[in-house]
Design a protein around this ligand. Sequence first.
Ligand code: GLN
Ligand code: ZN
Length: 812
Amino acid sequence: MSQAKSSNLGYPRIGEKREWKKLLEAHWSGKIDAAELESETKKLRLSYLQKQRDLQAELIPVGDFSLYDHVLDTAFTFGLVPQRFTGGANTAAHDENCNCATGAHDEEAPASADAEAKVFAPGENGAYGLDAYFAVARGTKAFAASPMTKWFDTNYHYIVPELQGLTPKLTVNRPLAFYLEAKEELGIDGKPVIVGPLTLLKLARGIEEGKFDTLLDQLIPLYAQVLKELGEAGATWVQIDEPILVLETSDEDIARLNKIYAAFRAAAPGLNILLQTYFESVSRYEDIVQLPVQAIGLDFVHDRGRNLAALERHGFPQDKILGAGVIDGRNIWRSDLQVKLDLLRRIKQAAGAKELFVQPSSSLLHVPVTTRSEQALESKIRDGLSFADEKLTEIAVLVKALNEGEEAVAAEIAESVQAVAALNASPERNDESVRDALGKLDARRPERLSPYAVRRDVQAKHWPLPLLPTTTIGSLPQTTEVRQARSKWKKGEWNEEQYVQFLHAETERWIRIQEEIGIDVLVHGEFERNDMVEYFGEQLAGFTTSGFAWVQSYGSRCVKPPILYGDVKLLSPMTVTESAYAQSLTDKPVKGMLTGPITIYNWSFVRDDLPRSVVQNQIALALRSEVSALEEAGIGMIQVDEPALREGLPLKHEDWQSYLDEAVYAFRASTTSVQDETQIHTHMCYAEFGDIIQAISDLDADVISIEAARSHGDLVTAFEDGTYDKGIGLGVFDIHSPRLPEQSEIESIAQRALEVLDPAQFWINPDCGLKTRREEEVIPSLKTMVASAVALREQFAKAGAAGGAGAAGGNS
Ligand code: GLN
Ligand code: ZN
């Protein structure tokens, strides 16, 4: 019997040249009908299966393919369609689609399908059709889309199941359909992939208090039916994904899992179940490995060594197969196969199990398709990369080494060792000047010259700002002309001079607009930037840009994060020209605009040979020089954006503090070189900030602008204890909505905040950058915002004159 088999957990949907995305968008814009979408995507799907077989994957996932999202697929399988789409109660969903960059986006997907205010009915088989599916995913004129949110700590967003008032029922056995398709079309005995019931329910919303187990009890027989039919159709394996098991898992959950898997086993005794986890170590190793399934899949890459430690400590049941996720499913680097083989041997030694599945650490959904498309990259970088297809080859080599002995693949192993060593030895990874600068960093947190209380007074004198100053977050409308100008310049159709002339003209136009509206602190508009991380990645040493390294972010939206492969260093100032030009046009302050070290790190593909803190600090030191250059050029307010600070939090709570400490350190390393009168701003958006307020305060930025419009002031409660003493602007209107804000709404959001925050520290601003909005929306919105600020100032002036606490109150 062989000792190891290769197993894949999921394959990218998008295609080598994003064919999938193009088909979907063609369908949404009415260019191809549902039948054509179905037949064309079927071709793609079969080609992916064929490719995996060619790459020697033995357990090939089926049903992981999706026309939007696998959580939504699972919900539809069980008839869990939010009631508003089916004529039930019209509960409005809160749309969380975010314009915030998660790396360089591809072009904007067409606007939401403009289906009429119709509701959807199931077909004869009880299943809802594709129109209902896309309506839930994308919204219609009449109904908001279901919310979407991040899939664990990845940049993939899933559609959150909304279960209010719903009872699950099996509509269509989707896994079976995909299993049969693979078998009939290609003769592949695929491994259907299903999101497990515990994960599905834990990720859902709208479950009434005390109804979790009722729903679970309703779901178990439906899942069991799916498995039973799969077994009857001849399936050998099924992969049930329960990534929720890497989060805190209670005794109650363990009891639920036992119930679930006992029922599954009884329903489909001949079908083998691989219970798959990923992205971290499982929290309850000893209980989980005892569950009544045939195989357990564990992540040995992103487990911080904890799965391996648990395995070595507690062993592994002899009647089970261990799915060993040793090839990184989330990052893009080639593995040193000698190191991986040693790891596998160690795992095997500890598990003593009869057989191993050699796997990626998670679905390959999170990596691009193939490095074959990257011929433009320098060969030492390209040879050091491994995308989905190459990762499958790495797995095949490891399997062969285990089954036939290392000699059978000596050449392949040597080649991998050589490629990784070459990249590690490259001058870009061994920059002495970067190492020296890092070596000089103090273990203590970097400090500004004076504490905030002193800076506040210095800045108050230096900057003659009114009470409740107004500002914006940085970007202004990215019109077609702006995007075309950038692309003409990149293609060489425009020379530098033509391009700069265009940028200057656009900036000048908007400086005048901002002045006319009466905004107090202006921005240059970020017209030169396609994306807030890519822009810096293109200019800093240590980064490179791929040609086709796209990954799905949500729906048809893909991102192409910059590749951070070397030591990071500032080559020459990146933003000074634009900022200084803008400042030269006006007497009002213009904020310099940078992306912070944590966000640049989180939204790039990062090297994996150095710890996060080291790479973050390298970025921080580069930004520190940029901050100094801006200050020298007369830019007295500098904003360093960190929208990704919160989302980068580790999955396990116990790891939060060290992440936050490192983040605070890097931010401060970026921003503390300046004089007291230089005002450092930061910005964050669209996340739960309540539990990290202390870290936010520790960033020691003089002013923060932070989203609040969408949480309708809920965020304010986080500041109730009154310990946040620095400048703060809670976003007073939602830039994602095309609806223009009313003055009364803005005032009431601000007033709610001012019950808790001191007017002397409060700023008035939108909740994020304005690049996705049209000029016709931005100008009136900002006018209303300024009018609100003026009205509020008058109220405070009156209150002050009447001897009230007014503007002087609070903790100033
Ligand atoms: N300064 C950036 C902008 O306004 C910030 C974007 C963000 O928060 N993602 O576009
Ligand atoms: Zn933002």
